[in-house]
Design a protein around this ligand. Structure first.
Ligand SMILES: Cc1cc2nc3c(=O)[nH]c(=O)nc-3n(C[C@H](O)[C@H](O)[C@H](O)COP(=O)(O)OP(=O)(O)OC[C@H]3O[C@@H](n4cnc5c(N)ncnc54)[C@H](O)[C@@H]3O)c2cc1C
Length: 331
Protein backbone atom coordinates (compact mmCIF):
# COMPACT_ATOMS: atom_id res chain seq x y z
CA UNK A 1 0.00 0.00 0.00
CA UNK A 2 1.33 3.42 -0.86
CA UNK A 3 0.02 6.22 1.21
CA UNK A 4 0.18 9.98 0.97
CA UNK A 5 -0.25 11.59 4.35
CA UNK A 6 -1.20 15.22 4.62
CA UNK A 7 -2.04 16.42 8.11
CA UNK A 8 -2.70 20.06 8.88
CA UNK A 9 -0.97 21.49 11.91
CA UNK A 10 -3.10 23.50 14.29
CA UNK A 11 -0.08 25.79 14.60
CA UNK A 12 0.29 26.68 10.93
CA UNK A 13 -0.34 30.35 10.39
CA UNK A 14 -1.90 31.81 7.26
CA UNK A 15 1.53 32.80 6.02
CA UNK A 16 3.08 29.33 6.22
CA UNK A 17 5.18 27.04 8.34
CA UNK A 18 7.88 27.87 10.85
CA UNK A 19 10.17 25.23 9.31
CA UNK A 20 10.03 23.21 6.10
CA UNK A 21 12.42 20.24 5.90
CA UNK A 22 13.08 18.86 2.41
CA UNK A 23 13.88 15.12 2.35
CA UNK A 24 12.65 12.43 4.73
CA UNK A 25 15.82 10.33 5.08
CA UNK A 26 17.60 9.89 8.43
CA UNK A 27 18.71 13.55 8.49
CA UNK A 28 15.22 14.90 7.76
CA UNK A 29 13.55 12.43 10.15
CA UNK A 30 15.86 13.37 13.05
CA UNK A 31 15.32 17.08 12.35
CA UNK A 32 11.54 16.65 12.18
CA UNK A 33 11.61 14.73 15.48
CA UNK A 34 13.77 17.24 17.32
CA UNK A 35 12.39 20.48 15.85
CA UNK A 36 8.78 19.49 16.60
CA UNK A 37 9.61 18.97 20.30
CA UNK A 38 8.62 22.62 20.72
CA UNK A 39 4.81 22.54 20.37
CA UNK A 40 4.80 26.19 19.29
CA UNK A 41 6.93 25.47 16.21
CA UNK A 42 5.08 24.18 13.12
CA UNK A 43 7.16 21.74 11.08
CA UNK A 44 6.49 20.37 7.60
CA UNK A 45 8.56 17.41 6.35
CA UNK A 46 8.39 16.99 2.56
CA UNK A 47 9.47 13.73 0.88
CA UNK A 48 9.46 12.75 -2.80
CA UNK A 49 8.73 9.06 -2.17
CA UNK A 50 5.84 7.20 -0.51
CA UNK A 51 5.13 7.05 3.21
CA UNK A 52 4.45 3.54 4.52
CA UNK A 53 3.52 4.71 7.99
CA UNK A 54 4.31 3.44 11.47
CA UNK A 55 3.23 -0.20 11.17
CA UNK A 56 5.67 -2.75 9.80
CA UNK A 57 2.73 -4.71 8.32
CA UNK A 58 2.19 -1.85 5.84
CA UNK A 59 5.81 -1.81 4.59
CA UNK A 60 6.98 -3.68 1.47
CA UNK A 61 8.73 -6.82 2.80
CA UNK A 62 11.95 -6.19 0.89
CA UNK A 63 12.43 -2.85 2.69
CA UNK A 64 12.14 -4.57 6.07
CA UNK A 65 14.23 -7.68 5.30
CA UNK A 66 17.49 -6.72 6.97
CA UNK A 67 19.75 -9.41 5.49
CA UNK A 68 19.82 -7.97 1.98
CA UNK A 69 19.97 -4.45 0.59
CA UNK A 70 17.05 -4.03 -1.86
CA UNK A 71 19.01 -1.62 -4.03
CA UNK A 72 16.57 -1.51 -6.93
CA UNK A 73 13.44 -1.10 -4.80
CA UNK A 74 12.23 2.53 -4.62
CA UNK A 75 15.43 3.51 -6.43
CA UNK A 76 16.17 6.94 -7.85
CA UNK A 77 18.05 4.97 -10.54
CA UNK A 78 21.18 7.13 -10.41
CA UNK A 79 24.35 6.33 -12.34
CA UNK A 80 27.69 8.07 -12.75
CA UNK A 81 28.14 10.37 -15.74
CA UNK A 82 29.62 7.49 -17.75
CA UNK A 83 26.57 5.34 -16.92
CA UNK A 84 28.79 2.52 -15.61
CA UNK A 85 28.38 2.71 -11.84
CA UNK A 86 24.99 2.30 -10.19
CA UNK A 87 24.56 4.71 -7.27
CA UNK A 88 21.87 3.31 -4.97
CA UNK A 89 19.61 5.88 -3.31
CA UNK A 90 16.06 5.24 -2.09
CA UNK A 91 13.03 7.38 -2.90
CA UNK A 92 10.83 6.64 0.09
CA UNK A 93 10.15 8.19 3.50
CA UNK A 94 13.14 6.90 5.48
CA UNK A 95 15.55 7.49 2.57
CA UNK A 96 18.55 5.17 2.34
CA UNK A 97 17.88 3.92 5.90
CA UNK A 98 15.05 1.92 4.28
CA UNK A 99 17.51 -0.05 2.11
CA UNK A 100 20.82 0.12 3.93
CA UNK A 101 22.91 -2.51 5.71
CA UNK A 102 21.96 -1.36 9.24
CA UNK A 103 25.58 -1.14 10.44
CA UNK A 104 25.54 1.14 13.50
CA UNK A 105 29.20 2.12 13.68
CA UNK A 106 31.04 5.11 15.09
CA UNK A 107 34.33 6.59 14.01
CA UNK A 108 37.40 6.82 16.16
CA UNK A 109 37.63 9.72 18.62
CA UNK A 110 40.67 11.13 16.83
CA UNK A 111 38.72 11.40 13.54
CA UNK A 112 36.14 13.68 15.14
CA UNK A 113 38.86 15.60 16.98
CA UNK A 114 40.51 16.26 13.60
CA UNK A 115 37.22 17.61 12.21
CA UNK A 116 36.94 19.92 15.21
CA UNK A 117 40.17 21.70 14.28
CA UNK A 118 38.20 23.69 11.68
CA UNK A 119 34.66 22.93 12.97
CA UNK A 120 34.32 23.92 16.63
CA UNK A 121 31.90 21.71 18.54
CA UNK A 122 32.73 18.47 16.68
CA UNK A 123 35.20 16.81 19.07
CA UNK A 124 34.37 13.27 20.17
CA UNK A 125 33.65 14.45 23.70
CA UNK A 126 31.24 17.09 22.43
CA UNK A 127 29.48 14.59 20.14
CA UNK A 128 29.29 11.74 22.65
CA UNK A 129 26.08 13.02 24.33
CA UNK A 130 24.41 13.00 20.90
CA UNK A 131 25.67 9.49 20.06
CA UNK A 132 24.28 8.34 23.39
CA UNK A 133 21.01 10.21 22.94
CA UNK A 134 20.41 8.53 19.56
CA UNK A 135 20.65 4.90 20.67
CA UNK A 136 19.37 2.18 22.92
CA UNK A 137 22.31 -0.20 23.14
CA UNK A 138 21.82 -3.08 25.59
CA UNK A 139 25.57 -3.11 26.32
CA UNK A 140 25.20 0.23 28.14
CA UNK A 141 28.24 1.79 29.87
CA UNK A 142 29.90 5.19 29.56
CA UNK A 143 29.91 5.26 25.76
CA UNK A 144 26.36 4.04 25.11
CA UNK A 145 22.86 5.39 25.43
CA UNK A 146 20.12 3.15 26.75
CA UNK A 147 16.94 5.10 25.99
CA UNK A 148 17.37 6.61 22.50
CA UNK A 149 15.14 6.02 19.44
CA UNK A 150 17.54 3.70 17.53
CA UNK A 151 17.43 0.13 18.86
CA UNK A 152 20.83 -1.56 18.50
CA UNK A 153 21.27 -5.33 18.47
CA UNK A 154 23.98 -7.90 17.80
CA UNK A 155 23.51 -11.46 16.51
CA UNK A 156 23.54 -14.00 19.34
CA UNK A 157 24.82 -16.90 17.26
CA UNK A 158 27.16 -16.94 14.30
CA UNK A 159 27.25 -18.84 11.06
CA UNK A 160 30.27 -21.00 10.13
CA UNK A 161 31.28 -18.18 7.77
CA UNK A 162 31.31 -15.66 10.62
CA UNK A 163 33.33 -18.05 12.81
CA UNK A 164 35.87 -18.63 10.03
CA UNK A 165 36.13 -14.88 9.42
CA UNK A 166 36.70 -14.23 13.13
CA UNK A 167 39.33 -16.96 13.42
CA UNK A 168 41.16 -15.63 10.36
CA UNK A 169 41.11 -12.07 11.76
CA UNK A 170 42.35 -13.26 15.16
CA UNK A 171 45.16 -15.22 13.50
CA UNK A 172 46.25 -11.92 11.90
CA UNK A 173 46.56 -10.39 15.37
CA UNK A 174 43.22 -8.56 15.54
CA UNK A 175 41.70 -8.40 19.01
CA UNK A 176 38.35 -10.10 19.45
CA UNK A 177 35.98 -7.62 21.10
CA UNK A 178 32.40 -7.77 22.32
CA UNK A 179 31.70 -4.18 21.26
CA UNK A 180 33.10 -2.63 18.08
CA UNK A 181 31.79 0.77 19.32
CA UNK A 182 33.19 0.19 22.79
CA UNK A 183 36.39 2.25 22.71
CA UNK A 184 37.21 5.88 22.15
CA UNK A 185 40.16 4.97 19.96
CA UNK A 186 39.57 2.26 17.37
CA UNK A 187 42.28 -0.34 17.00
CA UNK A 188 42.27 -3.31 14.62
CA UNK A 189 39.64 -5.63 16.05
CA UNK A 190 36.96 -8.14 15.13
CA UNK A 191 33.55 -8.65 16.71
CA UNK A 192 29.80 -8.78 16.20
CA UNK A 193 28.31 -6.01 14.06
CA UNK A 194 26.06 -3.61 16.00
CA UNK A 195 22.96 -3.20 13.83
CA UNK A 196 19.76 -1.20 13.95
CA UNK A 197 17.54 -4.26 13.58
CA UNK A 198 14.44 -5.07 15.62
CA UNK A 199 12.73 -8.48 15.40
CA UNK A 200 14.71 -9.18 12.19
CA UNK A 201 13.35 -5.99 10.56
CA UNK A 202 15.46 -3.10 9.29
CA UNK A 203 14.68 -0.42 11.88
CA UNK A 204 14.67 2.53 9.50
CA UNK A 205 14.47 6.24 10.37
CA UNK A 206 10.67 6.28 10.05
CA UNK A 207 10.27 3.53 12.64
CA UNK A 208 12.91 5.00 14.97
CA UNK A 209 12.44 8.77 14.68
CA UNK A 210 9.06 9.54 13.09
CA UNK A 211 6.76 6.83 14.48
CA UNK A 212 7.01 8.07 18.09
CA UNK A 213 6.15 11.68 17.16
CA UNK A 214 3.67 11.50 14.27
CA UNK A 215 0.78 12.37 16.51
CA UNK A 216 2.27 15.75 17.40
CA UNK A 217 -0.24 18.30 16.06
CA UNK A 218 2.56 20.67 15.03
CA UNK A 219 4.26 18.07 12.75
CA UNK A 220 3.02 17.39 9.23
CA UNK A 221 4.52 14.83 6.87
CA UNK A 222 3.84 15.26 3.20
CA UNK A 223 4.98 12.40 0.97
CA UNK A 224 4.97 11.94 -2.85
CA UNK A 225 5.99 15.59 -3.21
CA UNK A 226 9.06 16.37 -5.28
CA UNK A 227 10.72 19.68 -4.38
CA UNK A 228 12.15 21.72 -7.21
CA UNK A 229 13.77 24.71 -5.52
CA UNK A 230 13.90 27.19 -2.67
CA UNK A 231 11.83 30.35 -3.12
CA UNK A 232 13.31 33.73 -2.24
CA UNK A 233 12.11 37.24 -1.58
CA UNK A 234 15.11 39.51 -1.84
CA UNK A 235 17.89 37.92 0.21
CA UNK A 236 15.57 35.73 2.27
CA UNK A 237 14.41 32.17 1.69
CA UNK A 238 10.64 32.27 2.14
CA UNK A 239 9.65 28.72 1.20
CA UNK A 240 9.89 26.07 -1.48
CA UNK A 241 8.45 25.40 -4.92
CA UNK A 242 7.45 21.84 -5.79
CA UNK A 243 7.98 20.20 -9.17
CA UNK A 244 4.30 20.88 -9.96
CA UNK A 245 4.79 24.60 -9.28
CA UNK A 246 3.04 24.69 -5.90
CA UNK A 247 4.50 27.31 -3.54
CA UNK A 248 4.82 26.43 0.16
CA UNK A 249 5.74 29.28 2.51
CA UNK A 250 8.05 28.91 5.48
CA UNK A 251 10.16 31.07 7.78
CA UNK A 252 13.01 28.56 7.61
CA UNK A 253 13.93 26.05 4.90
CA UNK A 254 16.18 23.09 5.73
CA UNK A 255 17.51 21.03 2.83
CA UNK A 256 18.09 17.42 3.91
CA UNK A 257 17.71 15.67 0.56
CA UNK A 258 21.01 13.80 0.90
CA UNK A 259 24.48 14.20 -0.59
CA UNK A 260 23.20 13.53 -4.12
CA UNK A 261 20.09 15.71 -4.20
CA UNK A 262 20.63 18.68 -1.90
CA UNK A 263 23.24 20.16 -4.29
CA UNK A 264 20.74 19.85 -7.18
CA UNK A 265 18.08 21.75 -5.23
CA UNK A 266 20.66 24.44 -4.43
CA UNK A 267 21.65 24.61 -8.11
CA UNK A 268 18.02 24.99 -9.23
CA UNK A 269 17.67 27.72 -6.57
CA UNK A 270 20.49 29.72 -8.18
CA UNK A 271 23.51 28.61 -6.12
CA UNK A 272 26.46 26.91 -7.80
CA UNK A 273 28.92 27.41 -10.60
CA UNK A 274 27.58 30.44 -12.50
CA UNK A 275 28.74 29.17 -15.88
CA UNK A 276 26.93 25.85 -15.42
CA UNK A 277 23.80 27.52 -14.07
CA UNK A 278 23.63 30.00 -16.98
CA UNK A 279 24.07 27.20 -19.50
CA UNK A 280 20.98 25.58 -17.95
CA UNK A 281 18.97 28.81 -18.04
CA UNK A 282 19.00 29.22 -14.23
CA UNK A 283 19.40 32.79 -12.96
CA UNK A 284 22.41 32.98 -10.66
CA UNK A 285 21.90 34.11 -7.06
CA UNK A 286 25.46 33.39 -5.98
CA UNK A 287 28.53 31.91 -7.65
CA UNK A 288 29.44 29.03 -5.31
CA UNK A 289 31.36 26.59 -7.52
CA UNK A 290 31.90 24.08 -4.69
CA UNK A 291 28.24 23.04 -4.64
CA UNK A 292 27.89 19.63 -6.28
CA UNK A 293 31.67 19.12 -6.47
CA UNK A 294 34.03 16.80 -4.59
CA UNK A 295 31.49 14.05 -3.93
CA UNK A 296 33.00 11.17 -1.96
CA UNK A 297 31.23 7.84 -1.55
CA UNK A 298 32.50 4.47 -0.46
CA UNK A 299 32.80 1.59 -2.92
CA UNK A 300 30.99 -1.64 -2.16
CA UNK A 301 32.41 -5.02 -3.11
CA UNK A 302 30.57 -8.32 -2.82
CA UNK A 303 32.39 -11.60 -2.39
CA UNK A 304 30.50 -14.69 -3.51
CA UNK A 305 31.38 -18.07 -2.02
CA UNK A 306 29.89 -21.46 -2.75
CA UNK A 307 28.75 -23.55 0.20
CA UNK A 308 25.89 -25.20 2.05
CA UNK A 309 23.34 -23.04 3.79
CA UNK A 310 22.95 -23.59 7.51
CA UNK A 311 19.38 -23.95 8.84
CA UNK A 312 19.60 -20.35 10.12
CA UNK A 313 20.65 -19.06 6.72
CA UNK A 314 17.87 -20.99 4.98
CA UNK A 315 15.47 -19.36 7.34
CA UNK A 316 16.78 -16.11 5.91
CA UNK A 317 18.06 -14.59 9.13
CA UNK A 318 21.77 -14.87 8.62
CA UNK A 319 22.42 -14.37 4.94
CA UNK A 320 24.61 -11.41 5.75
CA UNK A 321 27.82 -11.54 7.79
CA UNK A 322 27.30 -10.93 11.49
CA UNK A 323 30.99 -10.41 12.27
CA UNK A 324 33.08 -7.49 11.13
CA UNK A 325 36.66 -6.41 11.36
CA UNK A 326 37.84 -2.86 11.55
CA UNK A 327 41.24 -1.41 10.90
CA UNK A 328 43.02 1.45 12.57
CA UNK A 329 41.18 4.73 12.26
CA UNK A 330 42.75 8.07 13.04
CA UNK A 331 45.94 8.50 15.06
C1 LIG B 1 23.07 0.55 -0.08
C2 LIG B 1 23.43 1.40 1.09
C3 LIG B 1 23.89 0.79 2.26
C4 LIG B 1 24.24 1.59 3.36
N1 LIG B 1 24.62 0.97 4.53
C5 LIG B 1 24.84 1.73 5.64
C6 LIG B 1 25.11 1.12 6.90
O1 LIG B 1 25.11 -0.11 7.04
N2 LIG B 1 25.35 1.94 7.97
C7 LIG B 1 25.33 3.31 7.85
O2 LIG B 1 25.55 4.01 8.86
N3 LIG B 1 25.05 3.91 6.66
C8 LIG B 1 24.79 3.15 5.58
N4 LIG B 1 24.47 3.76 4.39
C9 LIG B 1 24.46 5.23 4.34
C10 LIG B 1 23.23 5.84 5.00
O3 LIG B 1 22.05 5.14 4.65
C11 LIG B 1 23.18 7.31 4.55
O4 LIG B 1 24.35 7.95 5.02
C12 LIG B 1 21.96 8.04 5.09
O5 LIG B 1 20.77 7.42 4.66
C13 LIG B 1 22.00 9.50 4.61
O6 LIG B 1 20.86 10.15 5.14
P1 LIG B 1 20.28 11.47 4.48
O7 LIG B 1 19.00 11.78 5.19
O8 LIG B 1 21.35 12.50 4.46
O9 LIG B 1 20.00 11.12 2.93
P2 LIG B 1 19.06 10.00 2.27
O10 LIG B 1 18.96 8.80 3.12
O11 LIG B 1 19.53 9.85 0.86
O12 LIG B 1 17.62 10.70 2.28
C14 LIG B 1 17.31 11.78 1.43
C15 LIG B 1 15.80 11.80 1.22
O13 LIG B 1 15.46 12.96 0.47
C16 LIG B 1 14.50 12.62 -0.51
N5 LIG B 1 14.63 13.58 -1.61
C17 LIG B 1 15.68 13.73 -2.46
N6 LIG B 1 15.43 14.74 -3.33
C18 LIG B 1 14.22 15.23 -3.02
C19 LIG B 1 13.42 16.28 -3.56
N7 LIG B 1 13.85 17.02 -4.60
N8 LIG B 1 12.21 16.51 -3.01
C20 LIG B 1 11.77 15.77 -1.95
N9 LIG B 1 12.49 14.77 -1.40
C21 LIG B 1 13.70 14.51 -1.92
C22 LIG B 1 14.88 11.19 -0.91
O14 LIG B 1 13.79 10.51 -1.52
C23 LIG B 1 15.28 10.59 0.43
O15 LIG B 1 14.19 10.03 1.11
C24 LIG B 1 24.13 3.00 3.27
C25 LIG B 1 23.65 3.61 2.10
C26 LIG B 1 23.30 2.82 1.02
C27 LIG B 1 22.76 3.49 -0.22
Amino acid sequence: MQRMSVKRSNKMSNTGWDVVIVGGGPAGAVLAHRLSEDPDRSVLLVEAGPDYGNNVEDWPPELLFSQEQPLTSHSWDLHDAGNRIFLPRARVLGGASAVNACYWIRGSASDYDDWAVSNPGWTFDELLPFFRRAETDPLGGQLHGTDGPVQVSRADHWSPGDLAFTEAAASLGMDEVEDINGDRVQVPSVGPVPKNIVADNRFNAVLSYLAPVRNRPNLTIRSETLVDRVRFEGEHAVGIVTATGEEINSDLVVLAAGAYFTPGILNRSGYGNEEDLRSLGISVRQHLPGIGQNLLDHPFAVEVAEGTLTPEAEFGKQLQGQAMGRGRSGG
